[in-house]
Ligand binder design. Structure first.
Ligand code: SF4
Ligand code: SF4
Length: 507
């Protein structure tokens, strides 16, 4: 379904979003830290699942020598992403390793002992976006293994191909960066704004839209000024919109609401409104893939929190272990209360420090006890504060009560699956109830249940198919047997007739 949008999508005014919170941003720790490049670590661990969708298939084996940018995991199916060697070295393992995820479950991972030379293999041929077709641009983005680098990790080429299904009008570059502490996109905009603008222009060309809006939160004036300097060419118009500093402004649907005034229905795509959103770092990766043929092998990560000796913005190779990055930043001042990948609102605690940084990692935070504001959990007082804060218009306390009563269907009935896990409700709750943690857990259980149900249905389907096959074979056998019997009976009858005619006296 596509909606009638009128002729102009992004008006000059801004619109407000429901709910949201204003956490202390604490961006000052790294806001002035220019992007530095971390040296090649001794080892990189590259998971084959760094994106939403089907995991990539390994195309190297142990002992293979690989060059930087070489394909090591091939995308399987349309919603999947290629994986490339982040640097040169020898593959020392193709097996399971702990995922950079709170579950700590092992995922298929390719481990490379680096040679320190960082030698590039053959890069993809350069494309001139001015001459390339939308299909060629989308194919290049897919080849380069680019995924949403704001954390969503949706394969970027899939979004670029939405032009076939929806009448698109506007590309929004998400540079809101609303999570406290994170400044990597801010620094990217300031230092590499031209590349981001170019990548945005390339994506707009692939999408067939004529308008690009770069949305930046008001607390990044230098980034706003930097982006206002860039012109695009390609006949495209780039506008910078300063959006209010309000968490979760970086949530795709909320950003679309603020910029366009259009509300994306629950579980619908913004593309249905004619709008596609890509992160600023994703746009830079597209620029490199198209102009220089470079796949996505590194990204900029904010390393921050009072537990870090030297907070920084660092360009790291994908697969770099968290421990090595922490060491690069001077190590820890004290044992952190929470060690997170991502921001403090939506970030995930990690199982151990050997886990690797992946395409979607935008931050590593070591938060001290003083920063985590932990207090005892108290009973819900039904104050309704969480309801006011929820940007999705849900009733978090009600969902929580149902989950506590083990009523997952009831929780789903009051909107659990529409929750975007922003954490506003937990942040604001005066009783310190870990609401979002409960929602994430319940969503996981629901997903597991759905997967189990699918599996049971598939088993039933396979069993029914087997029974039908066996019945068909038995029926065939029965018919063949009946045919043989009939033939034998006919033969016997013929023989009997012949015998009786032989015995007749001659006339
Ligand atoms: S904010 Fe906390 S205490 Fe208040 S209603 Fe929501 S869950 Fe209950
Ligand atoms: S975590 Fe979910 S329920 Fe809580 S405020 Fe965000 S969207 Fe609403």
């Amino acid at each position: 379904m596509s909606l009638n949008l009128g002729s102009f999508l992004a008006p000059a005014t801004l619109f407000s979003i429901r709910g949201g919170v204003h956490p202390e941003t604490r961006k000052y720790l790294t806001a002035d830290c220019a992007i530095e490049t971390m040296p090649v670590p001794p080892l990189v661990r590259v998971p084959l699942q760094q994106h939403i969708g089907v995991q990539a298939e390994p195309v190297v084996v142990r002992d293979d020598f690989v060059l930087k940018g070489q394909l090591i995991g091939k995308a399987r199916g349309p919603v999947s992403a290629n994986v490339h060697a982040p640097t040169s070295g020898r593959v020392i393992a193709v097996g399971h390793f702990t995922a950079p995820h709170p579950s700590g479950l092992p995922v298929p991972t390719i481990t490379i002992r680096t040679d320190g030379q960082d030698t590039w293999g053959d890069r993809l041929p350069r494309l001139r976006p001015e001459d390339a077709t939308p299909e060629e641009i989308a194919a290049r983005v897919a080849e380069a293994g680019i995924v949403g680098m704001g954390g969503a990790t949706f394969p970027a080429a899939v979004k670029l191909n939405l032009r076939d299904r929806y009448p698109l009008r506007t590309l929004i570059i998400n540079a809101a960066e609303c999570e406290p502490y994170l400044t990597c996109d801010d620094r990217l905009l300031q230092e590499h704004g031209e590349e981001i603008a170019d990548g945005a222009g390339i994506m707009a060309r692939a999408l067939g839209v004529g308008e690009i809006v770069v949305a930046i939160e008001a607390n990044k004036p230098k980034a706003v000024a930097a982006m206002r300097r860039h012109n695009l060419g390609l006949g495209l118009k780039l506008r910078v919109k300063v959006v209010p500093t309000q968490y979760p402004m970086g949530s795709e649907k909320h950003l679309v609401k603020v910029v366009t005034g259009l509300e994306t229905p629950a579980r619908a795509l913004t593309a249905e409104l004619g709008v596609v959103v890509h992160n600023a770092a994703t746009a830079q990766a597209v620029h490199h893939a198209v102009r220089y043929g470079e796949p996505l092998v590194s990204r900029v990560v904010t390393v921050s929190g009072k537990g870090i000796r030297r907070p920084a913005n660092v360009r790291v190779l994908i697969g770099t272990p968290v421990a090595d990055l922490l060491e690069h930043c001077g190590g820890l001042v004290e044992e952190p209360d929470r060690l997170l990948l991502g921001g403090p609102m939506m970030g995930m605690p990690i199982a151990n420090r050997r886990v690797p940084l992946v395409k979607g990692t935008n931050g590593v935070l070591a938060l001290t006890r003083a920063e985590t504001r932990k207090a005892d959990v108290m009973p819900c007082i039904r104050c309704g504060t969480c309801v006011q804060a929820c940007p999705c218009g849900l009733t978090p306390f009600e969902m929580n009560a149902k989950i506590q009563a083990d009523d997952l269907d009831g929780a789903a009935g009051v909107g659990l699956l529409d929750c975007v896990s922003c954490g506003c409700c937990s942040y604001i709750c005066p009783s310190n109830i870990p609401l979002v943690q409960g929602f994430n857990f319940a969503k996981g259980r629901l997903a597991e249940r759905t997967a189990r149900k699918h599996q049971q249905e598939e088993t039933k389907r396979l069993a029914a198919a087997r029974t039908a096959r066996e019945d068909a074979i038995a029926e065939k056998k029965r018919q063949a047997m009946a045919k043989r019997k009939a033939e034998m009976a006919a033969k016997k009858a013929a023989e009997a007739v012949a015998t009786s005619s032989e015995g007749e006296p001659a006339k």
